[in-house]
Design a protein around this ligand. Structure first.
Ligand code: ASP
Length: 355
């Protein structure tokens, strides 16, 4: 524990505490751990209970549960939030992203590890990948089992996550997600199972690599704009534009589309059936929305495949954007950031190709 120190910034308070002494001079990389809650910090009444409370343990308890972590890096822990990630919102995204940029700008910091719930991990990681202004590694981990469970997966994921954050080969890859011995690019990763420890997959393209007992092997590079190459900046933002996701199904009416627009959505993502399709009434409502300046993105409710322009729906004629490989939650993230720059669907389509 000699290389682990803690800082709490919950609710804007800054307090320093230390377990086992502050880091001594060392050649190890400096990794900042930002904790946000989730099942990884969850507690059950007993080790075999089904129910548990997310975010019950703080960053210190999470790090102390990982054997030999101090041999990988000099670690500083901070508590940024304590929520189940189903409650993740724009405000915490902006706070977290600003904190990530601030700590990465410190010359001594070599990388960041973020602990996070798994429910919205795919969205937060893609958001950070688009707004982090540094090539230094940013790695996110979660866990499918609470910290008190039999065979809790959190400590192993934290160990592997720190190893990846400390790995120079992780530089310039945008935000990476490490769970169950697999390294994922934020853009590709999707939660595909409700409770199994094998809950995350990189669909369409496959993972960025694998990591076992802290030893990483890397696969394909990512060819999309991320990190320093991204043109998005949250420095001056206090809020993000409202974008809603609408889930298509048989017999879908226009009602929820109209309600989203009435309630101030500036962009809509349709989780379409098949190749981004929807019923005729829904299509009519979205066509009217696009003509009135609301940006409409066609994605798919399917796990795999690419939504291309002008297949069954004439996107050129209707002024829609096709999501390509991005699933509905990631399309929503990109559209929120895109709308901070433009509402031109042609320019936004280009962003969906580039990011
Ligand atoms: N509901 C939890 C969360 O996302 C699930 C988890 O962390 O695995 O915070």
């Amino acid at each position: 524990m000699a290389h682990i120190k803690y800082r709490s910034i919950v609710l804007g308070m800054t307090a320093l505490a230390c377990a086992g002494g502050f880091a001594q001079a060392s050649n190890l990389p400096d990794i900042r751990v930002l904790a946000t809650g989730g099942t990884i910090a969850g507690a059950q009444a007993s080790a075999t209970d089904y129910g548990y409370k997310s975010g019950a343990y703080d960053v210190r308890a999470l790090l102390e549960a990982v054997p030999n972590l101090g041999q990988l890096a000099v670690i500083t822990g901070e508590q940024v939030a304590s929520i189940g990630s189903q409650d993740m919102n724009d405000e915490i995204w902006l706070k977290l992203a600003k904190r990530v940029n601030a700590v990465l700008a410190e010359p001594d910091t070599d990388g960041v590890l973020i602990t996070h719930g798994t429910d919205t991990l795919e969205e937060t990681s893609y958001f950070l990948s688009l707004v982090t202004k540094s090539d230094k590694p940013v790695v996110m981990v979660g866990a499918m089992r609470p910290a008190t469970a039999i065979s809790a997966d959190g400590p192993g994921n934290i160990y592997n996550g720190v190893a990846v954050a400390a790995d120079p080969r992780a530089k310039g890859k945008g935000t990476l997600v490490v769970l169950n011995d697999t390294i994922h690019y934020a853009r590709n990763v999707m939660k595909t199972r409700t409770t199994s420890v094998q809950a995350f997959q990189s669909l369409n393209r496959g993972p960025a690599g694998v990591v076992h007992t802290g030893k990483a092997s890397w696969f394909e590079p990512m060819d999309k704009k991320l990190g320093k190459a991204s043109d998005f900046s949250i420095d001056e933002l206090d809020e993000l534009p409202r974008v809603d996701i609408l889930y298509a199904h048989a017999n879908m009416s226009a009602d929820l589309i109209d309600a989203a627009i009435r309630n101030g959505a500036r962009g809509l993502v349709i989780a379409g059936v098949g190749d981004g399709n929807m019923t005729a009434p829904a299509l009519d409502a979205l066509t009217r929305a696009a003509k009135s300046g609301i940006v409409v993105v066609r994605s798919t409710r399917l796990a795999e495949g690419i939504v291309l322009r002008n297949n069954e729906v004439n996107d050129d004629e209707k002024g829609f954007v096709a999501s390509g490989e991005l699933n509905p939650p990631k399309s929503r993230v990109l559209l929120q950031l895109a709308l901070t720059k433009t509402k031109d669907p042609v320019a936004i389509q280009k962003m969906f190709y580039e990011y």
